[in-house]
Design a protein around this ligand. Structure first.
Ligand code: NAP
Length: 278
């Protein structure tokens, strides 16, 4: 018998039963023939600090973090990457051999890798990017677009103050458009990102006109339930390249898997099918 330790990782949230991550990680472990386990862990807010101290001692090498702990883990971690600090949230924790917890945020990487893979023709220098929504996901999208070299980002949000706060934080490459003048947001934009929950199953519909987009514009939706949102259907019918939100979920998991299990996993059609299969 080998005494090599089998790496353990998982996703921490509450509730966590809905998370697609365990299925994704199992698929990658099998696809790459690796030993390891990835488990859902329903941990309440009051037990979070104890859990982060205990898991490394139990052999866990890291964890993904989901609602409602993504913000709180920043204060509990021993070290925080710049991108997690900027996002104000972490989705990936690394438990180091010395017991310290390092917090990272890979949502931005997931967003941009998904965009580049689904729309390889998209050029950050081609024109303005338009974003609907100013929540947690929007922060990661803004950072990723700035890193990719986009010079002009327009943002709108139902609650304007949230968009204004992002403008304060990210600087002058960001401009805020009034929710009631959302048509201006689209005008000539070469990328549209829905970073709001509009269009998600059980939420309000996305009813914003996309008439003004540049003909070559790429349209991407962070919402992935349904996989093809009404926004993406409409955009596709107008001839725009569309990119759904499932890929972002898959790509954001790549750095954690690589770190914990020692192999960079591929995002393929089989990966998508493994997640979509009930
Ligand atoms: P969040 O922080 O709760 O923000 C929600 C956003 O949606 C806010 O901008 C909010 O506007 C807006 N919104 C909600 N209901 C609205 C309505 N009726 N009319 C207009 N705007 C409305 O959530 P988040 O974490 O940023 O996530 C946003 C979406 O992205 C969710 O659907 C989430 O599932 C998805 N997401 C996907 C991935 C992925 O991997 N594909 C990753 C992260 C998030 P207000 O500020 O006015 O409330």
């Amino acid at each position: 018998m080998s005494d090599t330790k089998i790496p353990l990782a998982g996703v921490i949230g509450s509730p966590v039963a809905h998370s697609k991550s365990p299925r994704l990680f199992r698929h990658w472990l099998e696809a790459h023939g690796l030993q390891g386990h990835y488990v859902p862990m329903d941990i309440s807010s009051e037990n979070l600090a104890d859990a982060l101290k205990t898991l490394p001692k139990l052999g866990f090498v890291g964890a993904n973090v989901t609602i409602p702990h993504k913000e709180r883990v920043l204060a509990l971690a021993d070290a925080v990457t710049d991108r997690a600090a900027l996002a104000g949230a972490a989705n990936t924790l690394i438990f180091r051999a010395d017991g310290t917890v390092h917090a990272d945020n890979t949502d931005g990487v997931g967003f941009i890798e998904n965009l580049r893979s689904g729309a390889p023709e998209w050029d950050p220098a081609s024109g303005p990017a338009a974003i609907v929504g100013a929540g947690g996901a929007s922060r990661a999208v803004i950072q990723a677009l700035l890193d990719a070299g986009v010079q002009d980002i327009r943002i709108t949000n139902r609650t304007k103050s949230r968009a204004e706060a992002l403008r304060q934080e990210f600087g002058t490459k960001l401009t805020v458009t009034d929710w009631v003048r959302v048509g201006d947001l689209m005008d000539g934009a070469t990328l549209l990102v829905n970073a709001s929950s509009l269009g998600m199953v059980g939420k309000s519909e996305f009813r914003i006109s996309i008439d003004g987009l540049a003909k070559s514009a790429v349209v991407t939706d962070l919402v992935y339930t349904p996989l093809e949102t009404d926004l993406l259907k409409e955009a596709k019918s107008r001839g725009h390249t569309t990119v759904d939100g499932l890929g972002m979920l898959l790509y954001q998991a790549v750095p954690g898997f690589e770190r914990w299990f020692g192999k960079r996993p591929e995002v393929t059609d089989a990966t998508r099918q493994a997640i979509l299969a009930e």
